[in-house]
Design a binder for this molecule. Structure first.
Ligand code: PRP
Ligand code: URA
Length: 209
């Protein structure tokens, strides 16, 4: 079964507090989501494999390391996931970016897919699917299914905040997936919003309502 990793780095937790705050406006919200995404990417890439290389310093040869192994792909779930992709790319600028467009039907809370575009070498990449919110889990589970259908075999899920219900649904559908969070919150409310959460991530990022 996949694991849940709550990234408890003090900078991540500090910034998450201001992201949650109802009085944080769109500009600051967007900047904070971007910054936290960079910090989370730092933690999520700890496992990446290295290869030994020799580099010539001004003083002489030095044994050093560069990244080896699978190339990375970032897949934001549209639209709120877009708020996280630049922050990750700042650390991993060579990563390719795929997009999965899904919205949650407000009545049924079921995800509706409207767009998918992935890098052509799907099978050779390690993917990080990103979305600020893992609520009922329908959107993330569907996005991961969509990637797997197209040949992806190595996928991680990174969200700012999750509800326990969402974690369970993703792990039921995809027992191989590790989930990285800044916070595992208490529950969902009757409208499928995470409590206490941060409200509607897409609306807060893009200033819509
Ligand atoms: C939000 C959020 C997730 C989804 C989570 O997107 O960004 O994609 O809801 O809910 P779930 O776990 O219950 O599926 P939304 O559907 O509001 O679309 P948007 O990003 O276009 O605003
Ligand atoms: N989508 C959001 O943006 N926020 C929630 O709390 C749940 C789903």
């Amino acid at each position: 079964m996949g694991k849940v990793h709550v990234l408890d780095h003090p900078l991540i937790q500090h910034k998450l507090t201001f992201i949650r705050d109802v009085s944080t406006g769109t500009k600051e919200f967007r900047e904070l989501v971007d910054e936290v995404s960079t910090l989370m990417a730092f933690e999520i890439t700890r496992h990446l494999q290295l290869q030994e290389v020799t580099v010539e310093t001004p003083v002489g040869p030095a044994k050093s390391h560069t990244l080896a192994g699978k190339k990375l792909g970032i897949v934001p779930i549209l639209r709120a996931g877009l708020g996280m992709s630049d922050g990750i790319l700042r650390l991993i600028p060579a990563a390719k970016v795929g997009h999965v467009g899904l919205y949650r039907d407000p009545e049924t809370l079921k995800p509706v897919e409207y767009y998918v575009k992935l890098p052509s070498d799907v099978a050779e990449r390690e993917f990080i699917v990103v979305d600020p919110m893992l609520a009922t889990g329908g959107s993330a589970a569907e996005a991961i299914t969509s990637l797997k259908k197209r040949g992806a075999t190595n996928i991680k899920l990174m969200c700012l905040i999750a509800a326990p219900e969402g974690v369970e649904i993703v792990h039921e559908a995809h027992p191989d997936i590790d989930i990285y969070l800044a916070s595992l919150d208490e529950k969902l409310n009757e409208k499928g919003y995470i409590v206490p959460g941060l409200g509607d991530a897409g609306d807060r990022l893009f200033g819509t309502k």
